[in-house]
Design a protein around this ligand. Structure first.
Ligand code: ATP
Ligand code: MG
Length: 298
């Protein structure tokens, strides 16, 4: 008996499990949190976030998509859903986070931001703490948490970026978008962000054009910011089916999976799901706690 207990302890040690911990704690999964942001607005973040999220669910991942756009939350419109509740109901204490998670297509979990995000700015310390406690329960939802942010680097956007271990910056080939993306990299580095920065170049003719944009960003980031953590995640081609999908309120990857942009985003979803993600993958709990800390600081 004694021998068997010792064996179990050894096995638990190998698997990095504390045998004294309750089972429910052991069952908790780590969640890969990816914040999607940009320098200049209107570059395609929300469309990429929505279709990437559905792409990942197709790859059998459990995904939560959080609409963190302060001003013009529009994920629900792109998805063609009408969430009854949003974060403001959690902030006011009317609902729990679990009660506001809404079912999107193909098993996607969606949290609508709406006016809730606006209210975040006026929360007292204790209100922010209880919101964070609530958001921590998202940990049970699974593999990925994608956070779609609004245009520009507001306090909220910056905090969501700094708290995540992975960020995707969406950029186009317009010079203003490239300089704004560089500006964003500079600001987040100045705030101490040292993790991976993935770049998606949207609305391009082809992969070469996107690579060219990435190379410019990489060169400037290395030379002036000593930042070597930029990674090319892929190109999404200019495609009028994107606008059509929004007008139909049917996500591109569902309504037009063979469209150029649909294929590109699905390929990026596959690459993401095949990559290991950060080695120090944290629990949602850590993400939201970090978010609150940065939110108070910046
Ligand atoms: N690959 C693409 N091809 C053609 N049009 C696109 C493409 N990607 C995005 N668009 C169009 O660009 C516009 C802005 O897209 P979207 O709302 O996703 O940008 P955003 O970065 O989320 O904007 P905001 O900063 O306001 O949140 C939309 O009209 C969308 O249809
Ligand atoms: Mg948007």
């Amino acid at each position: 008996m004694k021998d068997q207990a010792a064996k179990l302890r050894l096995l638990a040690k190998k698997m990095n499990i504390n045998p004294e911990e309750p089972r429910v704690m052991q069952a908790k999964k780590r969640i890969r949190v990816i914040t999607i942001a940009s320098g200049k607005g209107g570059v395609g973040k929300s469309n990429i976030a929505v279709n990437l999220a559905i792409g990942l669910t197709r790859l059998k991942k459990n995904v939560v998509l959080l609409d963190a756009d302060l001003g013009l939350a529009n994920i629900d419109i792109i998805l063609g859903i009408m969430p009854q509740y949003n974060l403001s109901h959690v902030i006011s204490g009317e609902k729990t986070v679990k009660e506001i998670v809404c079912n999107g297509p193909q098993g996607l979990n969606v949290i609508a931001g709406g006016s809730g995000m606006h209210k975040l700015a006026n929360l007292s310390d204790s209100e922010l703490d209880s919101l964070v406690k609530e958001l921590n329960s998202l940990e049970e939802y699974g593999d990925y948490l994608l956070v779609d942010t609004g245009a520009g680097l507001s306090q909220i956007v910056l905090s969501f970026i700094l708290a995540a271990e992975e960020v995707i910056l969406v950029c186009t080939d317009e010079p203003t978008s490239i300089t704004d993306t560089y500006g964003t990299i500079k600001t987040i580095r100045q705030h101490g962000y040292e993790d991976k920065i993935n770049i998606i170049v949207n609305r391009v003719k082809n992969n070469e054009e996107a690579r060219d944009v990435y190379n410019k960003l990489q060169y400037a980031s290395k030379k002036f910011l000593n930042c070597c953590s930029l990674e090319y995640l892929g190109a999404v081609r200019e495609d009028n089916q994107v606008g059509q999908a929004v007008r139909n309120q049917k996500p591109l990857i569902i309504g037009a999976p063979h469209s150029k942009a649909g294929q590109d985003i699905y390929r990026i979803a596959m690459d993401l799901s095949n990559s290991r993600g950060p080695s120090n993958l944290s629990k949602a709990r850590r993400f939201f706690n970090k978010f609150a800390d940065y939110f108070r600081q910046v």
